[in-house]
Design a protein around this ligand. Structure first.
Ligand code: EPU
Length: 431
C-alpha cells in the first residue's frame, strides 16, 4: 500500500513547473494510432494514466521510444489490427478514445467498457451518437463496445451533442479525421485539451477547425503523417498548486509553464477569496495574505469553473472566513471528499449536488483517503495547511494525474513523504 504522510503547516515558497496536460495527453496518445509515421510528442506527463495508455499501444504493436522522461516517439505505422487488452482498458477512463481511434484506423473497434474515477454514472451515449452519426454501427456485447464502419467507410455528418462532453467531442474528432467528407460537431466542449487534440491532429495532416468554439469542423483526409507536437501545460495541475498556495498560510509560489488564459476562472475565484495573484506571460504568482474570504462556485464546462478544481477550491473554502457554497453541475457524486475533510475538522453539509461549507480557522491532521484523483489532490492541500500529521491512503488515484507531486511539493518546502508498505502492514505515522 502506498501512502503520503504530510507534516502540515509549512509555508509553500519558491517555483514549481507545471507538466503537460493529462487530459490532452490521454486523447493524443490513442489518436496516434491513426498516424502512419512517427509522432514525436513533447511535454508528455509521466503519470500512471499515460503509462497505461502506452502499455495498451505497445500491446497493439506500436513502436514507442522514450527519448527523455517527457519526450516520446510513437510509431503506429505497422500496428496490428488488435484489440486493446481489456484488463488495461478497464483501468482507465480515457481508453474510450481507442474506440474512435480503432474505428478511424481499421474501420472497426472492440474496446472493453472504460473504468476511471468513480463519481456516479459516466455514460458514453454521446460518443456512440457521434459514431453512429458518421455511419458506424455500435453494439454493446459482453462488456465490450463494438463499432463497425459500413463497407464504403465512415462519412462526414452533422453531430449535435445533447450534453457538452469533453470525451465525446474528442472521440468523435478522432473517429472523423479519416472519414470521407466533412463532420461538424455542434454543441462541442471547448476545454483547452480539445484545442490541443485538434492542433495535434492538424500537425499530423488533419483538417480540423473551430476547436475552442462550440462548432468544430473536421474535413476528412485520406491519411495522417508523422510530425512533432508539444502538449500544452496542465490547467488543473496549475490550478491545484495555485489553490495549495492560497490555502497554506505564509505561502508565496510562482507557478511556471502555464497558459494564463486557461487559468482565468481559477485566478478570478482565488482573487475573490483574497489571494494576491500576479499574472505573467507564462507564470502566475500566488501569495497568501491574511485569511481567505468566503465565495460561491458553480462548476460548468469551459470557460466556466472546472469540476476538476472543485475539491481543491473546497479545501480553500473550508479555511475561509464565512460560509461558502459549491454547486456541482457536471457529476452526481463528486463530494465524497467532504467526509474525509470533515475528519480534519472541516464543517461541510452536502445535499446531493450542493455543498455548504462553514470556514474554520484550522484543519487538523488525520488519516484520510483519496476518493479519486482530484479528491486526493484536495487531501494533499488540506494536509499541507493542517496542524500535525496527515496520512493519505489510496494515493494511486493521485498518481494517475500528478507528475512528481512529492518532488514538486518538497521543492516548495513541504514536508511530504511517500511511504510504501506491504499490504496490511500498519504505518506509525497517522496523526
Ligand atoms: N455525459 C453524458 N454522456 C456522454 C458523455 C458525458 O451524459 O456520452 C455527461 C457526463 O455524465 C457528465 C458530463 O456529460 O455529466 C460531462 O462529461 P464529459 O464527457 O465532459 O467528461 P469525461 O470525458 O468523462 C473528462 C475528463 C474528466 C473531467 C471531465 C469534465 C478525461 C479522461 N476525463 O471526462 O477528468 O472531469 O472531462 O471536464 O479527459 C480528471 O481529470 O480528474 C477527470 C475526471
Amino acid at each position: 500500500m502506498v501512502k503520503y504522510v504530510i507534516h502540515g503547516g509549512k509555508p509553500l515558497t519558491g517555483n514549481v513547473t507545471i507538466s503537460g496536460a493529462k487530459n490532452a495527453a490521454v486523447g493524443i496518445l490513442p489518436a496516434a494510432l491513426l498516424v502512419k509515421g512517427v509522432c514525436r510528442i513533447e511535454n508528455v506527463p509521466d503519470i500512471s494514466d499515460v503509462r497505461l495508455l502506452l502499455q495498451i499501444l505497445d500491446a497493439m504493436g506500436a513502436k514507442i521510444r522514450r527519448l527523455s522522461p517527457n519526450l516520446l516517439e510513437i510509431d503506429c505505422t505497422n500496428v496490428r489490427d488488435a484489440e486493446a487488452p481489456a484488463d488495461l482498458v478497464r483501468r482507465i477512463r480515457a481508453s474510450y478514445y481507442f474506440i474512435g481511434a480503432q474505428l478511424g484506423r481499421f474501420g472497426h473497434a472492440k474496446v472493453a467498457l472504460p473504468g476511471g474515477c468513480n463519481f456516479g454514472p459516466r455514460p458514453i451515449d454521446q460518443h456512440i451518437k457521434g459514431f453512429e452519426g458518421i455511419g458506424a454501427q455500435v453494439d454493446f456485447v459482453g462488456g465490450f463496445v463494438c463499432a463497425k464502419a459500413p463497407e464504403e467507410g465512415l462519412t462526414g455528418a452533422r453531430v449535435n451533442l445533447d450534453v457538452v462532453s469533453v470525451g465525446a467531442t474528442m472521440n468523435i474528432m478522432i473517429g472523423a479525421v479519416l472519414a470521407t467528407g466533412t463532420t461538424y460537431i455542434e454543441n462541442a466542449a471547448k476545454e483547452p485539451h480539445i484545442v490541443d487534440l485538434a492542433n495535434f491532429l492538424n500537425a499530423m495532416g488533419a483538417k480540423v477547425s473551430g476547436a475552442g468554439t462550440d462548432v468544430i469542423r473536421i474535413r476528412g483526409v485520406k491519411s495522417l503523417h508523422g510530425g512533432f507536437y508539444s502538449i500544452i501545460p496542465d490547467q488543473i495541475e496549475a490550478g491545484t498548486y495555485m489553490a495549495a498556495a492560497a490555502a497554506v498560510e505564509g505561502s508565496d509560489v510562482l507557478v511556471q509553464n502555464v497558459i494564463p488564459k486557461h487559468m482565468d476562472t481559477i485566478t478570478a475565484k482565488l482573487r475573490e477569496m483574497g489571494a494576491k495573484i500576479t499574472v505573467y506571460d507564462d507564470a502566475i504568482r500566488v501569495q497568501r495574505v491574511g485569511r481567505l474570504r468566503r465565495a460561491n462556485v458553480k462548476t460548468l464546462p469551459y470557460p466556466g469553473f472546472p469540476t476538476d478544481m472543485q475539491p481543491q477550491i473546497g479545501v480553500c473554502m473550508s479555511l475561509a472566513r464565512g460560509t461558502s457554497i459549491i454547486t456541482e453541475s457536471i457529476y452526481d457524486t463528486r463530494f465524497r471528499y467532504c467526509a474525509e475533510l470533515a475528519r480534519m475538522g472541516a464543517s461541510i453539509v452536502v445535499d446531493t449536488k450542493v455543498a455548504v461549507i462553514d470556514g474554520v480557522e484550522k484543519l487538523h491532521g488525520a488519516t484520510v483517503k483519496a476518493c479519486d484523483l482530484r479528491a486526493g489532490a484536495a487531501m494533499v492541500i488540506a494536509g499541507l495547511s493542517a496542524d500535525g500529521v496527515t496520512t493519505i491512503e489510496d494515493v494511486h488515484y493521485i498518481e494517475r494525474g500528478y507528475e512528481a507531486i512529492i518532488e514538486k511539493l518538497s521543492g516548495l518546502g513541504a514536508d511530504i513523504r511517500r511511504i510504501e508498505t506491504p499490504d496490511g502492514m500498519l504505518t506509525k505515522s497517522a496523526g
